[in-house]
Every structure is written in C-alpha cells, then in structure tokens.
Design a protein around this ligand. Structure first.
Ligand code: CO
Length: 411
C-alpha cells in the first residue's frame, strides 16, 4: 500500500477518544466543545500533510494545497467529524481522516498536484442537534435557508450562539463559496452504514448514487384531559393519531414502495407527556427516501392522505413542515470509471452499490461531479456505539481514494 497505514490508524484512534462515551461510542455534537477539540486536533494533521488551513464562517475546517496549474478547477476531498449524540467512531471520520491521509501520502511520495486540492471537514453533517444538518456543505454551495442561525437545540441554544461558542463568527454572506465549474470533482469515503458489502464479503464498494430523503415534521393537536375522567369516545388524543399514522405509513412503504424505499418515524415528542393526561399535542418526524423519485412522490402523496384521514377521524388539527427535500443524485460516470480502473489494479474487485443514507456528497453534487467509496461495516450498524469497521477495510478504501485522487489531481 502507498498510504501510511500506521499513521491513518493512529489518527482514527486518537480522534475516537475525543467525546468518547463508554468503550466504543462517540458524542461530538455539531459546534460543541468536543467538536471544537476534534477540529483543533485534525487541523494539526492537515498541516502536517502540507495543507494550509482555516475555519470558515460556517464552522467548516478547510485545508488547501496549491496545484501547479492554478486556473484548473480544484479537487475537493472530505467528509465530516461531528457525530450523533450516541454515535460511533467511523461515520464521517474515516472519510475526513482518509482524505488527509491521501494528501499526506502524496507529500510522502513526492507527488506535486497539478490541480489545487482542498480537504474539508464539513460542519454539522449529522443534524441531530438543530434538527437540520449538512449545514457546512449547504453553506459552501449556497443552499442555506432563512432562519438557519435561529434554530435552537434542545437546551434552547441557537446555532448562532453555538457557533460563537465554537469560536466562529458566523458569516453567511460567504455563501456560496463555490459555484458550478469551480470544482472538478468531490470525493468522499464513508462507511457503508448498510449490510450490502458485508453480505457480498467485500471490504470496499463504489457508490452509484445517493437516494433522496424527505424530512418532515408533523404536529398533531387534540385536547388534553384527565386520563381518569374523559370517556374514550370524547377524546382528542394526539398520540393515538401519531400511532395510527406510524402504523399505516409503515404498511404503505412495505407494500407499495420499491425494494429501495424506506420510511421511518424516528423522533416523537408528546405534550404534556404525563401518565394521567391525554396527550394534547404530538410532534414527530418522518423520513422517507428512495432512489426512484416517482415512487417516492407517489408514496408521499399517500402519506399526506393518511395524515389527513387520521386527523379527521380523531378530530385533530395537523400541520406539516418540510425540513429537507433532496432528489436522488447519481455519481459521475467518469469518476466511477477511474475508481473501477484503479480498483482493478489494486485487485479488490469492489462491487457497485447505492447509498440509502445521504452524505455531504449529495449536496456537493449540485455544483460538482462527485464520487463515493464505501467501506464495509459490521452488520450495517451506524449512529450507534456498536458501529464497527475493520481498520484493514478502511485502509483499503483510503488506498483506492488515494489512487483515484492522484489520477484526478494530475489530469
Ligand atoms: Co456520515
């Protein structure tokens, strides 16, 4: 292998200690103290790799090495180092540290890039803290929305306050940093977060496309009342509504979705959340995704019918807000071709597969061609301390990333 396996392993192990929970978990919420600590450490590794670094007005950590041909569109590599509240050691970090390893290996090998290369650790990919993620990547491509800095975490801290605490004066006027044509390719390595590579007994995969998610927040409002005194037929129970919608939505996706459609209701808040009061208000999230846009649209319409019908039957008021809507996005054929060619030379025989989860790359795809490499992870578990990927598999993925990146950087 060209990459320095030992150095990459040490970086992975060191980063896993920052915000560690239990033996194998990680909690590095976006813009938190732990996130900042991680950024400071990773920044040193970037500089050791020969990159000039800065933290931008969205909280992204960016490293840059000038190419010989300064007018060529740049090569961008990276991922994220923030985590879910009860997350694992590999999601995001494998790709972020893998990207740094790629540039460091070029330096070790005496490869001077023809194209300028930037490595980026995107701020708040995960979205769990402010219930809206991929903040950093949306910042650089100009997809931020009104009120982004006013979103609050569960302790009432706004993103503006959190970013200041993190040590960044938010500057949304920097957005967009890049426009169409500025970037030749964006490459991201990531753990698969699914069971496909494991089932095929392959360490590495080449991604074909990322399926598009819709994120909705649904609020149902009924009427509170004493759980002991209000007769069943007079109730307006918002939680009952949420339960029926959950069940019917699940059946809808199972029966009428494609093999790639998935639907989840993952976060539920009830008010007043008391054992002897009928729930007056329930707020819950819906996540619906597919690689087939028509199929997803059809199911989304039926989902609205379920919400409408259920609310009517139970005499509830409802509202739906849309937090995210992304179309499925396909990886560039020319990048996949380079990956396949390099993969063959390395003898991995990596399969091609699609990504159900979205990544920073999904957003980069709106302004740049992109390619992704997946690394096998145990049982497809992620967003959990049990998340596990073999070091050897990650090293193989980074090796493929290296050869792909060199090819593009020198073109
Ligand atoms: Co990730």
């Amino acid at each position: 292998m060209k990459i320095n396996q030992k150095r990459f392993q040490e970086h992975m192990e060191t980063l896993a200690e920052i915000g560690r929970i239990g033996e194998t978990g990680v909690c590095r919420l976006a813009h938190s103290k732990e996130d900042r600590e991680a950024v400071d450490v990773v920044r040193i590794w970037m500089e050791e790799a020969g990159l000039t670094t800065h933290i931008d007005g969205f909280g992204n950590l960016v490293g840059r090495i000038e190419g010989q041909a300064k007018d060529l569109p740049i090569l961008l590599l990276g991922s994220h180092i923030d985590s879910q509240p009860y997350g694992g050691r590999f999601d995001g970090t494998a790709g972020a540290l893998g990207a740094i390893e790629v540039v460091h290996t070029m330096k070790d090998e005496g490869v001077t890039p023809n194209r300028t290369i930037e490595v980026i650790c995107f701020a708040d990919e995960e979205g769990s803290r402010f219930n809206k993620g991929v903040f950093g990547v949306r910042g650089i491509i100009g997809q931020l929305e009104d009120g982004e800095l006013k979103r609050k975490d569960k302790n009432g801290i706004t993103r503006l306050e959190a970013l200041r605490e993190f040590g960044v004066e938010p500057d949304l006027s920097q957005s967009p940093v890049y426009k169409q044509g500025d970037i030749e390719a964006f490459l991201e390595l990531h753990i698969e977060q699914g069971p496909v590579l494991e089932s095929k007994n392959k360490p590495v995969g080449i991604v074909s496309a990322i399926s598009g998610p819709i994120w909705l927040t649904v609020t149902l409002e009924g009427f509170a009342g004493h759980a002991g005194s209000v007769p069943m037929n007079l109730r307006q129970d918002a939680f009952l509504g949420a339960s029926i919608i959950t069940k019917e939505f699940n059946e809808l996706v199972r029966k009428e979705g494609t093999p790639n459609t998935v639907g989840t209701i993952g976060s539920v808040q009830t008010f007043p959340n008391s054992r002897n009061i009928i729930p007056e208000k329930v707020e819950f999230t819906i996540d619906l995704r597919d690689i087939d846009l028509d199929a997803r649209t059809r199911l989304e319409r039926k989902l609205y019918e379920i919400i409408e019908k259920t609310s009517k039957e139970l005499h509830l008021e409802y509202s739906i807000s849309e937090d995210t809507r992304s179309d499925p996005r396909y990886c560039a054929d020319w990048i996949k071709d380079i990956m396949k060619e390099q993969d063959e030379k390395l003898g991995y025989q990596s399969p091609t597969l699609m990504s159900g989860p979205f990544h920073d790359a999904l957003f980069m795809s709106y302004i740049s061609d992109y390619g992704m490499i997946f690394v096998r992870c145990e049982k497809g578990i992620s967003h959990n301390p049990l998340e596990f990927a073999e070091m050897e598999d990650m090293q193989k993925g980074v090796e493929l990333l290296y050869h792909t990146a060199v090819k593009i950087a020198q073109s």
